[in-house]
Design a protein around this ligand. Structure first.
Ligand SMILES: C[S@@+](CC[C@H](N)C(=O)[O-])C[C@H]1O[C@@H](n2cnc3c(N)ncnc32)[C@H](O)[C@@H]1O
Length: 209
């Protein structure tokens, strides 16, 4: 399922009040607005337009609660993850929904890297790389980002899980030599690890103690 379909499936019925955190170029925010939702989309690099606010989650404030918060590939970037998840919970109404699509950069293991490198060699033989070097460079390149373990911990602290799925990602980086279905089948068989996940949580009616 595509990202927009996933988000729309889990949003409350329109017109819901929705906050898009880290909206980037704003495609998802515009699609949610077209579907009848009342969208506020924030990003330090937000585009121009009525839906958008050029600000960070840390600086953003709104007196009215949101029915849903959407965070697409944004949480792994924030400086203080615990604070960010607290802020999202505080911006939601009681029983409001958090809809997340995220990378899981801490999950690249040897079988997954080997599958990726073998596939990539088919499309870009010039980028051939040893497995150990690939793992080392991946780890170095993503050292300052939050991984799945940290995000899971913070989400569990604040939200009640409604849905969780591992989703394929690497096929999209492989120039057509792998399909989403092929990567999903390998993930489901336990042969490789998913590098992206989707999560829907609900802010409990009563604050956790
Ligand atoms: C990988 S991009 C994803 C953008 C968009 N959600 C998408 O998928 O097209 C991450 C975005 O998060 C934004 N971002 C990073 N830190 C943020 C923060 N503290 N508050 C709000 N947005 C943030 C970045 O500016 C960037 O646009």
């Amino acid at each position: 399922m595509g990202l927009h379909a996933f988000v729309h499936e889990h949003l409350p019925a329109a017109p819901a009040r929705v906050l898009d955190v880290g909206c980037g170029r704003g495609d998802l925010a515009r699609a949610m607005a077209r579907a009848g939702h009342r969208v506020v989309a924030i990003d330090p690099d937000a585009p121009d337009g009525d839906l958008f606010r050029t600000t960070t989650l840390e600086e953003f404030a709104d007196p009215d609660p949101f029915d849903a918060v959407v965070a697409n590939l944004a949480l792994h970037h924030v400086a203080d993850l615990a604070d960010a998840v607290d802020r999202i919970a505080a911006l939601l109404r009681s029983r409001g929904r958090l809809i997340v699509n995220e990378h899981a950069v801490d999950r690249l293991d040897e079988p997954t890297a080997r599958w990726y490198l073998d596939k990539r060699a088919q499309v870009r033989p010039d980028t051939s790389q040893s497995l150990q070097r690939c793992l080392r460079e991946w780890s170095d390149d993503h050292a300052d980002l939050h991984g799945y373990g940290a995000m899971r911990r913070e989400l569990d602290r604040r939200f009640t899980e409604h849905l969780f799925t591992w989703t394929p990602y690497l096929y999209g980086e492989l120039g057509g030599v792998a399909t989403e279905a092929e990567e999903q089948a390998l993930i489901d068989a336990g042969a490789i690890r998913a590098m992206t996940f989707r999560y829907v949580g609900e802010r409990p009616a009563k604050e956790p103690t």
